[in-house]
Design a protein around this ligand. Structure first.
Ligand code: EPZ
Length: 460
């Protein structure tokens, strides 16, 4: 058996500081042990903005998006939209003017599509705009099967041709609206992506659509609010049943601001907690954080909520941290995208905790990496049994996917010594200016170019 990349303990740092080069392989170098202290701002939500950018492709006029996070997934999504002919102009770091009226193709079949999962939203958006969509199957972080059968089922119920799984031709989905009409769509599994895609397609379909057992995540509501601001008629987003009355035109000409990122906020809450820190996280929506806040309180952390902020701290360094049991579930349940970071938090408890991954088939792939840092975790099927440890130790580890990488960052911040997290570009896909933000809280973290890489481009 060949050693996996991160089984190798050697790492050769080649460039740092001003000579650092993003196009070369790089790692995060984290000298752990610093207590995080201070204030930080949360950026716009990755999973909301990706849906909103796709939705903007079906609008009949220009729009302006504010609070767009500066992350690589967004850059890829914009590149993809430009490849369709859309005109996208950056006004400032977080504001973009989008004019989709120049779109000249319904085809998105190049490699860019498989760089991000959210490219699948172009199926719904282009069907609505062009009456046709020819889209390569998206890839995805590898945590088990990631089918799109529910997306296709919704399109089929709305009258699209080419939406049977057997119609997929060499990895390309070729959809034709014939035309699209409203439909009653029941999802037997709660799916964020399928809910958004069905909502997009239904906005311009003839008649009424009802999506039953819809996902309720904050980003579903954000995409619906954006579309309504553009002229759509969507009711019930954020509940189990979304009702949409199709309209022929979405006029646009509106400025819309993206909601704060629930997962980024949760990651910083955990980073503050595991370093024994005292951090106030601003520009978040406290109700979105409730599943995590409740668990952290149960464990013994102090969580103080403001209108748009949360302070995380321990009332005394010697406070006992208690074990707990967590089960991921669709919103308003505990978010699966905070599962790996929360496992790091559970490592800080005295005693055994349990994490049950209820959304994805295989989202514990990072556990062997965390074990290199001293974690004591046993995974059986979808449950991880986490025994508390006194402290993490530094190691060379690999970010196996975006949130796994974020979990390793949390562990490295708490660890004694210098940790190298390779494949750090996976983390940069979803966390705006993470090095700068953590440094402002007192962390010793930087990006360093390293000699070799084992990377494949992946997506969320
Ligand atoms: C979105 O993925 C997010 N990605 C994921 O975040 C997140 O983990 C996930 O929702 C769950 O919250 C984006 O928004 C870009 P799903 P998505 O469809 O839409 C099954 C991150 O770290 N399913 O809600 O692809 C599926 O297998 C990323 O930011 C079907 O069976 O997830 C899974 O078990 C990673 N058939 C469950 O539903 C389908 O057609 C939920 O998946 C679709 C999904």
């Amino acid at each position: 058996m060949t050693a996996s990349p991160s089984d190798r303990s050697d790492i050769k740092v080649t460039e740092t500081g001003n000579s650092f080069d993003y196009s070369k392989p790089y790692a995060y170098e984290i000298k752990g042990g610093n207590r995080l202290e201070g204030d930080i701002e949360i950026s716009g939500s990755k999973n909301a903005v990706l849906g909103v950018i796709a939705a903007s492709m079906m609008v009949d006029g220009p729009c302006t998006l504010e609070n767009v996070p500066d992350i690589s997934d967004v850059h890829v999504m914009f590149e993809l939209c430009r490849s369709l002919g859309a005109n996208i102009e950056q006004v400032d770091q977080h504001t973009f003017k989008i004019d989709p009226t120049t779109i000249n193709t319904y085809k998105a079949s190049g490699q860019l599509v498989s760089k991000i999962r959210a490219s699948y939203y172009l199926m719904g958006a282009l069907l609505a705009r062009c009456g046709k969509a020819s889209i390569r199957l998206p890839g995805g972080c590898n945590f088990g099967q990631r089918p799109i059968d529910l997306h296709l089922k919704a399109f089929q119920l709305m009258g699209a041709k080419g939406a049977r799984p057997s119609d997929i031709d060499s990895g390309i989905v070729n959809l034709t609206a014939d035309p699209l009409h409203g439909a009653k769509i029941f999802f037997d599994i709660v799916s964020v992506g399928a809910t958004i895609n069905a909502m997009l397609a239904a906005c311009k379909a003839q008649g009424k659509t009802e999506i039953i057992n819809a996902a309720k995540e904050p980003h579903i509501v954000d995409v619906a609010n954006f579309l309504n601001a553009m002229g759509a008629r969507i009711k019930g987003a954020g509940t189990d049943v979304i009702k949409i009355t199709g309209v022929p035109v979405l006029p646009g000409n509106f400025t819309y601001s993206i909601i704060p990122d629930q997962i980024e906020a949760g990651t910083y809450m955990i980073a503050a907690a595991v370093t024994g820190g005292d951090v106030t996280i601003h520009n978040l929506i406290p109700t979105h954080m409730e599943p995590l806040s409740a668990k952290m309180r149960e464990m013994g952390y102090q969580i103080e909520e403001g209108d748009e902020s949360i302070r995380v701290y321990k009332s005394s360094p010697d406070d006992e941290i208690y074990p707990t049991s967590v089960k991921t579930a669709p919103y308003p349940g505990f978010p699966t995208d905070l599962q790996p970071q929360t496992v790091v938090l559970l490592c800080s408890a005295r005693g055994q905790s349990r994490m049950h991954e209820n959304v994805w088939q295989n989202r514990f792939q990072y556990v062997p990496e965390l074990a290199k840092m001293g974690a004591n975790i046993n995974v059986y099927e979808r449950i991880a049994w986490v025994d508390g440890i006194d402290s993490f130790r530094a190691a060379r580890v690999e970010a196996t996917d975006l949130r796994a990488g974020a979990a390793l960052v949390c562990a490295a911040l708490a660890a004694k010594g210098t940790t190298y997290i390779t494949e750090a570009k996976r983390i940069d896909r979803g966390y705006e200016h993470i090095v700068k933000k953590l440094s402002s809280l007192g962390a010793d973290i930087r990006r360093v170019n390293i000699e070799d890489s084992y990377s494949e481009d992946t997506e969320a």
